[in-house]
Design a protein around this ligand. Sequence first.
Ligand SMILES: C[S@@+](CC[C@H](N)C(=O)[O-])C[C@H]1O[C@@H](n2cnc3c(N)ncnc32)[C@H](O)[C@@H]1O
Length: 309
Amino acid sequence: MQDLLAALKAVAEPTRLRLLALCARGELTVSELTGILGQSQPRVSRHLKVLLEAGLLDRFREQNWVYYRVPLKGSGASRARQLLSLLPSGDPVMSLDWLRLDQVLADRLENLPVARSGDDEPGAHGVAGVDARILSALGGEPLGDLLDIGTGSGRMLRLLADRTDTAVGIDISRDMLLLARSNLRSAGMDHLTVRQGNMYQLKFANAAFHTVTVDQVLFQAEQPECVLAEAARVLKPGGRLLLVEYLTGQGGADSTDAPPQCPITESALAQWLERAGFIQEASERIAASPWPLVLTVSRRRHAADVAAA
Ligand SMILES: C[S@@+](CC[C@H](N)C(=O)[O-])C[C@H]1O[C@@H](n2cnc3c(N)ncnc32)[C@H](O)[C@@H]1O
């Protein structure tokens, strides 16, 4: 009862209710929230503190910025969603907040070269039908909690969003994270999140995820094998890894690009997966340019399997 009372007290104030509603639709900094609400920064910070203490908000740092959002899971997440479901639709104050939120998100992208290039979405495979093959390779098994490593524009998160309990994408590039956040917001996928992180040193506990995806990331990596070892570490035993990768060491006929430092072949990939503790369950090659793509689904061995191997 105490937790419920703390939550009810926290939202029983107009600015805090508006803040909660905004942070349920996006990951926002104090200065962005200040701009939307038209209130002073100290005042907004004080209200955010109350919501944090009541467990209705989470905060995380990205370089010099601190973001606030409704928690992804746990009692705070469900309580916040329950309270927000009581908000009347069409409320004039909230309607104006949504308009300003859209403007803030548009402003974020204004100076982002990756969003203004006018090219196809960065990260698209350039071959029709790959998304359908990904969905079919994963089959009907639930995806649970998912991590997308090197998420870029958040394409994989959006493709699999409906099938996950929670999903987080990590990327080293802040520009890509801003683009991904904007894409997730436009798609109304507020239960997903992206965080800055290095794929060689993931800031997640061992066995934290049921599914890990890595899409077109290894071919540019200096140490692809280390990325797979990190993926194995954060996967639960029996969890699955979906890999979509260019076979840069298997020169496509029209390959004019020089292979990167660490060329990828199907046999090298099989060895890395084996050494990282995976059993490959499915693998298919897809003709693509400038190199062929390989799509594999592998399962992390259980400890007993590792001991027996
Ligand atoms: C070719 S993009 C693929 C994006 C996405 N997976 C997709 O398929 O749409 C590779 C991504 O890996 C990210 N990346 C590169 N090095 C990284 C690192 N050390 N840690 C995390 N992400 C990294 C890049 O910023 C980039 O967004």
